[in-house]
Design a protein around this ligand. Sequence first.
Ligand code: AHR
Length: 510
Amino acid sequence: MLAGSAGAFFALTSKKGSAFATQTRRVTVNANSEIGTIKPELHGHFAEHLGSCTYGGLWVGKNSSTPNINGYRKDAVEWLKALGVPVLRWPGGCFADDYHWRDGIGPVEKRPKRVNMWWGRYVEDNSFGTHEFIGLCRLIGAEPYLAGNLGSGTPAELRDWTEYCNYPEGSTLADERIANGAREPFKVKYWGVGNENWGCGGNMSAAEYAAVYKRYATFLGGRGGWGSTDHYLIACGPNSNNVQWSREFLETIGQRLRMVHGFAMHYYSRGDALPTKFTVENVQKQLSTFDGMEKAVVQQNSILRSFEPEGRIGLLVDEWGVWDRMDPDEEKRLGRLWQQITIRSAVASAMGLNVFHRHANKLVMGNIAQIVNVLHSMLLTEGDRCIRTPAYYAFDLMKVHRGRTSLTVDTESKGPLEVSVSASRQGGSLAVSFVNPKHDEMARVECSLTGVRARGATGRILTHSDFNACNTFDKPDTVAPAGHKVEASGDKVSLDLPPMSIVTAVVDLA
Ligand code: AHR
């Protein structure tokens, strides 16, 4: 970010009886300065066998009284399809390293019952397995990403899962898949080789993990896969910005670096209060973490590039999002890590996506945790009811950027809570997303365009005057998007950004 002229002035604006200072923010979008394509996968998602994410959230079962499509919750399918889920990671998380894929195939009544050791020790009946997951991906149009078990499995087990999914026909495993109802290979490209192996995935050191990773990767088909799909093997990266983990892993893997296609870091933004009880201090502390996330992406990428300058290995953030304090009663009623989502969580989503857009040349995927009912979710369910969270609408507002070319943006950044911006272009259309993370300050945005001229614009906004506002089952539309005035002409675009707001302006170029 570049410092422009300060150019700020203050005014007092009255909004519903409260006074907000208004500050002018100057921004420049450089249409001739391209960063790279915003891969749709940067807007990816994650579903685990955790709480009511998979069971009860996405999957209600074929005999459920909840409206469903072959067992998948109908509202969830329709809303996720409308949002677009470019890629969906499953079955964990920590659950992945205790999951044995064979438990989840074949006749449902014969599937074994296991204890989900990580998330509540409930009995997992395996009624949602590989075929059900692939079915969901097809219904919502998502690319599947399977997280394999390295912590408690064997290389043979994971190897067989890849063959079961992807070998076209004629091998015993491929024919078993066909007998189980899937004639066509699943064509799964993304394979996680373990998850958080520094913690729940086996408590390994980076050097230990690198040794085990090499052994697994040797048997996973690699490029060329099993004839139907290239396998993209994803290694476990650091927790937040743990540079020591990354360096030690990359050093130890040494000559076998070519066996790594992706390197996945996790970055959670902790909250110090129950989601709807945040104080100003809690809001500021959590939203400030996105500055740390941006620095982590930059630093982890430069470590990767120092070992592999060609840029073949992609960096992923395959778990991210806000992780607030949980209400034990709510967790008991609605499932582990069930978390209400507020406008503040939506602002956090948009700040995260802006980081990904600004570093589109460094990242290949981002998966917010998790898609339904767990942590930073898009949808919340209770019984038959399903609602869209403010985070869903934040993703919806940012959706226009997918597949476009990210452009550099100069702002007058004065710290982590400054207006956050990302911009992208496709042909005659320029999209710019602005986020105001301040709870008490209106921003008047004066945006200059270099290299292009505007002839009009439309805008959409997500905002609420109460940063703890959320959608509930009784009031599902408390936080919902609306149209927003954006002025655009020549090399100028201007708009107002209320406190706690996200605006995406789509500018028609001359
Ligand atoms: O998303 C919840 C948990 O967070 C995942 O299971 C784990 O990978 C991470 O610690």
